[in-house]
Design a protein around this ligand. Structure first.
Ligand SMILES: *Cc1c(COP(=O)(O)O)cnc(C)c1O
Length: 399
């Protein structure tokens, strides 16, 4: 069967400047192009039919040519994320971790040197020390407080500088512009894992970063029911990123993509609640006798607070605190919690708490005594979350 090709416009028409929540609520697709339905269709597909041998021959120029390279569903999410990040293009991957590994593979080859911040998400380190090392890439970790000092670590063969800010579990804030400028001066590409802030609270490309990485599993999905990742790239890096994605053969599945598109619609208002509740709890924890330290970038007492204020427009709902006492205290505290679930990942509607292990660090080791606990503050009522934490403290203090 022959079908008429739809028009193949590659990128959406630029939209007028509107606020972030308006952007999230509308488009970037046009409901009139989908029979008036408000949301994009969930397209399941492998084959795309061409109208003629001529269009088949020119398929590289078509918006859609094969299921693996994208569908109207994946394009709707890619376009939404590109708008939020201010990027030339976005690719989707089946997990946040794949959104870390694919760009690293795209820009590194045997003999290259890669600089990675020491407070990086642990599975990123595992990929660097495992697969990248095996493929002949030399990986070097650096202090998250290095700032312009990164220039001293650059070598002719340094091809990638990988950062994450705030740092995983310990929330160090980096001077993103200083690191990007130093990397670019030596011809290296910068990548930033921006999962914590989402593009609503930080836009890496505005600060000189080339590729912005997200675990969409977290706030964009927002309901602990889907896994996905994305990489949004500037003009200089997008082509190579997309090409590598297609060489490896990974993309996001249609139903999962739909869940993330749906999650995005409410991400703005959810984040406001995560932000406010987490800060209220962080302030309350800071005033307690049985808490040694609270690691939350929006607290004025936090060492990276000024740097956070200068660069970020908000704080999300993930932070950590140090209990006075060691591992046994932390276990009693955590086992007494009822609303805070004990489990990994974050960004969903429900609160979570986990003990933090920093033994993978080589530079940014723990400063201070006491067991470190990470909280993901969900959408519950703060008064109930406080009561739950009180029960944890009561259990820890009767040891
Ligand atoms: C969760 C997370 C990832 C990985 O996302 P998954 O979808 O769980 O693979 C990557 N980076 C950061 C900072 C994360 O928190």
């Amino acid at each position: 069967m022959r079908v008429e090709q739809l028009s193949n416009e590659d990128s959406p028409v630029p939209r007028p400047q509107v606020g972030p929540n308006t952007r999230l609520a509308h488009g970037p697709y046009d409901p009139r192009s989908q029979h008036g339905f408000v949301n994009p269709p969930v397209v399941h597909g492998s084959t795309v039919l061409f109208a003629s041998t001529e269009t088949l021959r020119n398929r590289a120029r078509a918006t859609f040519s094969y299921g693996l390279s994208g569908t109207p569903t994946t394009k709707a999410l890619e376009d939404a994320l590109s708008e939020l990040e201010g990027s030339a293009g976005t690719i989707l991957l089946p997990s946040g971790l794949a959104a870390v590994s694919v760009p690293l593979m795209a820009f590194l080859s045997a003999g290259d040197h890669c600089l990675v911040v020491d407070s990086v998400y642990y599975p990123t380190r595992r990929f660097c020390d495992g697969t990248l090392s095996r493929l002949g890439v030399e990986v070097e970790y650096f202090d998250p407080h290095i700032g312009e000092g990164i220039a001293g670590l650059m070598r002719p063969e340094t091809k990638v500088v990988f950062i994450e800010a705030p740092g995983s579990n310990t929330f160090e804030i980096m001077d993103v512009r200083a690191v990007s400028d130093a990397a670019h001066a030596c011809g290296a590409v910068t990548m930033m894992d921006n999962t914590w802030a989402t593009p609503l609270f930080f836009r890496p490309l505005d600060h000189g970063v080339d590729l912005s990485i997200h675990a969409l599993t977290k706030y964009p999905g927002g309901h602990s029911d889907v896994m996905m990742g994305s990489v949004s790239a500037n003009n200089a890096t997008y082509g190579r990123l997309r090409d590598t994605q297609m060489q490896i053969g990974v993309n996001a599945a249609p139903d999962d993509t739909y869940l993330v598109l749906r999650g995005l619609k409410t991400m703005g208002i959810r984040l406001e609640r995560h932000r406010d509740s987490a800060l209220a709890l962080a302030q309350w924890l800071e005033g307690r006798e049985d808490v040694a330290d609270v690691l939350h970038p929006a607290l004025p007492s936090f060492p990276g607070h000024a740097l956070w204020r200068r660069q970020f427009s908000g704080a999300s709902g993930l932070f950590a605190f140090r209990l006075k006492g060691e591992a046994r205290t932390a276990a009693s505290f955590l086992d007494a919690l009822r609303l805070f679930g004990l489990g990994y990942s974050w960004g969903g509607h429900e609160s979570l708490a986990v003990p933090v292990d920093l033994s993978d660090r080589t530079i940014a080791k723990s400063s201070g005594d006491g067991a470190l606990i990470r909280l993901q503050v969900g959408l519950e009522d703060v008064i109930d979350l406080k009561a739950d934490l009180e029960a944890g403290f009561a259990a820890a203090n009767t040891l």
